[in-house]
Write a protein that binds this ligand. Structure first.
Ligand code: BGC
Length: 443
């Protein structure tokens, strides 16, 4: 039987400003890239020059058959100095929306994707008491300028990223990965970054570094303030924020680690989600906990360039777990694999979507699917070596080359139908699903 998706399903690819635009030199992470001892293996530099090439890039996405483009607005460009607004940047982003609309694509905007203006550190960054209001002020400018062009806004990308990153570094420490430990857990660059911003090191706190309770509280307050502004300035816009959520399983003794991770990465955000229009997940892999709290890739599973387990079925497991906690519609705002062999990416997309289709058939409300990413791009700490994109970019000439996976995803988007060979596969055993644990907890 033909597997068809709902007609209004959002089919797209995603990017973020810092990873593709280039020269985002007023932002905090740009600064961190330049410093001795930087956790970034290389600087973002020109990135993909998407700032200048966005019109041709969007046309290419539309030609491939894609129906939607998720991109982010850069706060450090819109407000390069505190209280100074760049009309040119606001006009730029409005035109990005217009280019999408002109090509029949739905623009989905993210108002914050990891990077913040350097001046925010004078206010204590993402631990600062005034930060939620400063963020809301920026959101008001943006939505006042392009709110009439969009129907969906993600206020902040992966509000739980600091916890995810913290766990990731713990995982590397447990594995004894000396190079990564030295690069990711040294703080030498931090005092230099603070000095450059003209503040004491205690005030320097980027979004991805906001791991403590104060950081979480600030991010939550910023989302609330942004949502209030959006509801006032552009009431037709559906609002949510995204979370990084991996499928979790546990082996005997690991149950408490799986439950604790879910509490920190999802449950503590539920009261915020309760007043949103949708919940947004970004899912890449599966995590298996055991008695030592360790993370495993089971024998028989491959890994991606990120050293994540190649686990396309993880997405459906996450969708089912979220749906057991809330009735809100779910947006898959990112899902993807960094692999050299594009056939593997095609397999990943097909298997992930076969799982999504089962979830839709079970009655779970899924708004859409955004593959990460449109292009091979600047993968933060890992630089340009990671190949997530359905489109390759030659960074010397900036030439774009769509891969087979771009054609594959574009055809699914165009028809709304899943090819027959896209089938869910049995996962190598990891143990008990988080959903079973939650269900037994609920009695
Ligand atoms: C982020 C992206 C990132 C991707 C792949 C997500 O955490 O939103 O910016 O490139 O994962 O690691």
């Amino acid at each position: 039987m033909q597997r068809t998706f709902p007609a209004d399903f959002l089919w797209g690819v995603a990017t973020s400003a810092h990873q593709v635009e280039g020269d985002n030199n007023n932002s905090d992470l740009w600064l961190e890239e330049q410093l001795p001892g930087s956790p970034f293996v290389e600087p973002s530099g020109d990135a993909l020059d998407h700032w200048n090439r966005y019109a041709a890039d969007i046309e290419l996405l539309a030609t491939l058959g894609l129906k939607s483009y998720r991109f982010s607005i850069e706060w450090a460009r819109v407000e390069p100095a505190h209280g100074q607004w760049s009309q040119a940047a606001l006009d730029h982003y409005r035109d990005v929306c217009d280019q999408c609309i002109r090509h029949g694509m739905e623009p989905v905007i993210t108002l914050h994707h990891f990077t913040s203006p350097q001046w925010l550190m004078r206010f204590g960054g993402w631990r600062g008491a005034e930060t939620p209001d400063l963020f809301a002020c920026y959101v008001e400018r943006v939505m006042g300028h392009l709110g009439d062009r969009v129907r969906y806004a993600v206020t902040m990308n992966e509000c739980n990223i600091a916890a995810v990153l913290h766990d990731y570094v713990q995982q590397l420490i447990a594995k004894g990965d000396k190079v990564a430990i030295e690069r990711l857990s040294n703080n030498r660059w931090k005092s230099l970054a603070a000095k450059h911003c003209g503040v004491d090191e205690s005030l320097y706190c980027s979004f991805i570094g906001a791991v403590d309770a104060k950081g979480v509280e600030t991010v939550m307050a910023a989302h609330r303030a942004a949502r209030t502004v959006i509801r006032r300035v552009a009431p037709h816009v559906k609002v949510g924020f995204s979370l990084s959520l991996q499928q979790a399983q546990s082996r005997a003794g690991g149950e408490k680690f799986a439950l604790d991770a879910w509490q920190r990465k999802f449950r503590q955000w539920l009261p915020l989600i309760a007043d949103d229009d949708f919940v947004s997940t970004q899912t890449y892999t599966r995590t298996i906990y055991d008695i030592g709290g360790k993370y495993h890739v089971p024998a028989g599973s491959g890994t991606t360039q990120m050293k994540f387990e190649f686990a396309p079925e993880a997405l459906a497991a996450v969708l089912r777990t979220i749906a057991s906690e809330t009735d809100k519609p779910i947006l898959v705002s990112e899902n993807g694999a960094a692999v050299d062999d594009d056939q593997l990416r095609i397999e990943f997309i097909g298997r992930a979507l076969a799982g999504v289709h089962q979830c839709v058939a079970e009655g779970i409300k899924v708004l859409g699917y955004f593959y990460w990413s449109a292009f091979d791009n600047f993968e933060w700490y890992f630089g340009y070596a990671m190949q997530f994109g359905v489109i390759a970019v030659d960074r010397r000439t900036m030439e774009r080359k769509p891969k087979g996976s771009a054609i594959y995803l574009g055809n699914i988007a165009r028809t709304g139908v899943l090819p027959d060979e896209a089938q869910v596969q049995a996962q190598p055993d990891g143990g008990q699903e988080l959903l079973d644990l939650l269900n037994s907890e609920r009695g």
